[in-house]
Design a protein around this ligand. Sequence first.
Ligand code: ZN
Length: 231
Amino acid sequence: MNDSLQAKSALVVFSGGQDSTTCLYWAINNFNAVRTLTFDYGQRHRIELECAKQIAELARVPNEVLSIGTFAELGGNALTGNQEVEVQKEKSNRENLPNTFVPGRNLILLSFAAARAWQLEIENIVTGVCQTDYSGYPDCRKNTIEALQLALNLGMERQFVLHTPLMWLDKAQTVMMAKDLGALEALSFSHTCYNGIFPPCGSCQACHLRNKGFCEAGVIDPLIERAKKVT
Ligand code: ZN
């Protein structure tokens, strides 16, 4: 990280999940001023918004919630509608997208984030997208993000940089990065479970992947530790 970037501020696209919490601490470690932006897109798990708020308070950064209810009107899927989340046994490909897929989700969210960043005169935008285990989401890929950055800069006459610190990490590496950044306490408040419950269900694909990452990293998941205390 060079000195000129250090002096700048960053806007973190923040869901209150494991990845964006790690990104928040990455941003805090790399920029002087950090803000978070959380989208209320009609997700059926309102717990996400509460987690985002709690973690932002813990990290002492502003958390702004932007309401974009249009997502729910675009059509049913498991994150905004009433469909059950299907269990993914194998990694999906582009022809077999998981039913948690909201078409163009990251393109839309990052465009909103850039529009907000423009108003705030922030050029650094941080997102937790990851190509390594992108679970069939084509808008998590490096090429997509690079193309979007170019489009945003052309369309808004700014020099936005879309930072993707997790792009090439697997889940275990993300856990180790969170540990190095001092984000473990914040991760105890993060939300991952597709079933939207605390304590997490432990059996959905999201819980499974999270558990696998922590196990492989040799780190005890602070979320599970916190859950034990309240049950
Ligand atoms: Zn779960």
